[in-house]
Design a protein around this ligand. Structure first.
Ligand code: GTQ
Length: 360
């Protein structure tokens, strides 16, 4: 076993004190002043045998999240806040607005009569609706009504505003690729001139044109090649598809019944930087252990059960959110019929050719 015991290359471990001192003098006197450093002293940090995972498993329970969000709702308006969101902060990254190493997560509240004003940014976003009687998000000149379980995307640089014309709160999970864009130092944003964007098409237009197993004869790519032109995926359809596939084929040992949200232009993930999919676990089901290099943010659409991530055991109920860290063994059990929404950076890793998984 070529176990690496320190950050340095194994070959330098046995040098005597005098040799080390001579080397150190060389580093300090000659390398540091010239903005250089000896790789052999840090090689074990540069190339690790396995991923060094910093992200921690963590769960946010709805019965705690919702009252806190409502309390925030009494403290400031959506307009004051621009986005009234409680950030899902991973305890491994306090103050960094990160739920996983690469993804931001948050829970957003829009109260009756409120508008979260139109803006756009190079960060891509997705919404997974937790509570709603019919608020909306407008993207690219079209409104999508948001009902519980609906999945809505706002691709990079598309204007989006959220509104609530119902008599109840609307609450959803936001996932954005913020930490990725920060890493690339490629973040831009701007406000729209108007509080809400002008609508150019009737509601349901994108779904009609792109979401019916057909595409317009002349290629239209409103959000480019890598983002789905279908910007809203209603839960009624998602749920029906999962139940129908479950009726037609046995559960996969590792994935139970899982389907991904796709971009009909190229069959890829719906958002260029954030992969998303849904797992249906029938009552009493459990999955086999697996792990992959993508860390995940999960929202519970319906049901209850237990999520295992490494040594962590997370009991979840409806509308809870939790994190499965990258390269950590995971499996799930369901106490009742359960529908889980997942998001991760898998699509990015796949296109870079570095994504890996392992199944027990
Ligand atoms: O709805 O546009 O949670 O811009 C964070 C940043 C939501 C949004 C967030 C955002 C949004």
């Amino acid at each position: 076993m070529d176990q690496v015991h320190s950050a340095g290359a194994p070959g330098i471990a046995n040098a005597d004190e005098a040799t080390r001192a001579t080397r150190k003098k060389f580093y300090d006197d000659k390398l540091t002043p010239n903005s250089m450093a000896p790789l052999w002293e840090v090689l074990g940090n540069v190339v690790t045998r396995e991923p060094r995972v910093t992200t921690k498993p963590v769960i946010w329970h709805w019965d705690k999240t919702r009252p806190l969000l409502m309390e925030a709702g009494a403290l400031l308006t959506a307009e004051e806040a621009e986005r009234r969101v409680l950030v899902l902060e991973n305890p491994a990254y306090v103050g960094e607005s990160r739920a996983t190493n690469t993804l931001y997560g948050g829970i957003q509240l829009v109260l009756p009569g409120e508008v979260a004003p139109a803006h756009r940014h190079t960060q891509s976003a997705l919404r997974f609706v937790l509570e709603s009687k019919g608020g909306y998000t407008a993207v690219g000149g079209e409104k999508a009504t948001m009902m519980p379980g609906d999945f809505v995307i706002t691709p990079s640089w598309s204007f989006h505003d959220h509104g609530n014309d119902t008599d109840g709160p609307i609450i959803w999970m936001d996932v954005l690729d913020v930490p990725m864009l920060t890493f690339f130092e490629a973040g831009f944003s701007e406000h729209h001139n108007d509080k809400t964007q002008a609508l150019a098409r009737p509601e349901g237009d994108a779904l009609a044109r792109f979401g019916n197993t057909m595409l317009p004869i002349d290629a239209e790519k409103p959000y480019g090649e890598l983002n789905s032109p279908v910007f809203n995926y209603p839960y009624t359809r998602t749920r029906a598809a999962l139940l129908a596939t479950a009726a037609g084929a046995p559960a996969d040992p590792h994935w139970s019944h899982t389907m991904k949200f796709v971009n009909p232009i190229n069959g890829g993930w719906a958002i260029s930087t954030i992969a998303s999919w849904m797992m249906y676990l029938p009552k009493g089901a459990s999955t086999q252990k697996m792990r992959s290099t993508d860390g995940m943010i999960v929202a519970v659409a319906e049901g209850s059960g237990t999520a295992y991530a490494g040594d962590a055991k997370m009991e979840f109920g409806a509308k809870d959110s939790f994190v499965i860290p990258n390269w950590t063994w995971r499996h799930f059990t369901a106490k009742e019929d359960t529908f889980l929404f997942f998001s991760s950076d898998r699509g990015v890793q796949e296109r870079m050719g570095i994504w890996r998984e392992e199944r027990a």
